[in-house]
Design a protein around this ligand. Structure first.
Ligand SMILES: Cc1cc2nc3c(=O)[nH]c(=O)nc-3n(C[C@H](O)[C@H](O)[C@H](O)COP(=O)(O)O)c2cc1C
Length: 278
């Protein structure tokens, strides 16, 4: 089986989990191709693949606009496709993020066969502990191993999304309109040394370095690659600044025990971890 992965990832979580899923498929003798979605990058070669996996981070209970724009540009096809997403919460409300990608893909002739959700540490709102990050990584490893078997066997299940979840996701789609405006107002503070890393990390090519400081354009999708990856934590992200999370997580430590699982959405995280570890 030849599987193409098309992945949008702002701060690396989705890319990390996509790599896990791809490795599991490779261990079973399958071939995988990995394509990272970036603005203005040439489209991948779709032909010759037996299945396609589309990966994205959940943004305000929806798929990010970068993912949706990519799907809209995709040629028509009939390969079975799978959606995989990462999210900071283990809430089932995140299942609503598959609605629009499914609609676009179905219109183009693809069959959405399965959807997989993985919890990874927040890159905005608040910082998870490294213990939580390590447990999320362990859970993702266990889940991707099982999900790869399902993909290889041609099976899969779609997420059911009730009217309430649809309404919440629809309302919060305002984020898609708001982010280009907010992103235009991102600024570098005094700590900025003009290293230009933010411009390199931005998958939207939205940052240019002018007079040694980043200047933000109108194409921000709010992925947080810039603010999360800044080595000096120098970026101010407009009205979202109080939610800024900076710096890579250490996934290699000791996973959180049940007691250490964070109190926010505690039950949902426990359910997710226990399902993975059973
Ligand atoms: C603008 C924005 C909105 C987000 N909204 C949600 C959300 O609605 N639900 C959730 O569980 N996580 C949300 N997150 C957290 C990310 O989905 C999560 O950290 C993800 O793993 C990041 O993946 P990446 O590193 O591949 O970009 C949001 C993150 C950002 C930047």
């Amino acid at each position: 089986m030849n599987v193409l992965f098309c992945v949008f990832s702002g701060t690396g979580n989705t890319a990390r989990v996509a790599d896990m899923l791809a490795s599991s498929l490779q261990n079973m003798g399958h071939h995988t191709d990995m394509y990272r979605i970036k603005k203005d990058a040439p489209m991948p070669e779709i032909g010759g693949h037996d299945a396609i996996v589309f990966g994205y981070p959940v943004h305000a209970f929806n798929a990010p606009t970068a993912m949706l724009s990519f799907l809209k540009k995709l040629p028509a096809g009939n390969a079975p496709v799978y959606l995989m997403r990462t999210s900071g919460e283990a809430l089932r409300l995140n299942d609503a993020s598959g609605i629009t990608p499914r609609r676009i893909l179905t219109k183009k002739g693809y069959t959405v066969r399965g959807e997989y959700g993985y919890v990874m540490p927040y890159n905005i709102i608040f910082r998870h502990s490294d213990e939580m990050a390590a447990r999320m990584k362990r859970a993702a490893e266990l889940r991707t191993a099982r999900d790869a078997e399902e993909i290889a066997s041609g099976k899969g299940a779609r997420k059911r999304v009730n009217v309430f979840k649809r309404m919440v996701a629809f309302t919060l789609r305002i984020e898609h309109t708001a982010m280009p405006f907010l992103g235009k107002r991102f600024r570098a503070g005094d700590a900025c040394v003009g290293c230009g890393l933010c411009a390199k990390l931005c998958p939207q090519n939205n940052i240019t370095i002018v007079d040694g400081k980043p200047k933000f354009g109108k194409s921000c999708v709010g992925c947080m690659a810039c603010a999360f990856g800044c080595p000096k934590d120098a970026l101010k992200i407009s009205v979202l600044n109080g939610w800024r999370v900076n710096g890579a997580y250490d996934f290699g430590g000791t996973p959180a025990t049940d007691e250490q699982v964070c109190s926010y959405c505690h039950k949902a995280y426990l359910r997710y971890f226990h399902e993975a570890e059973r």
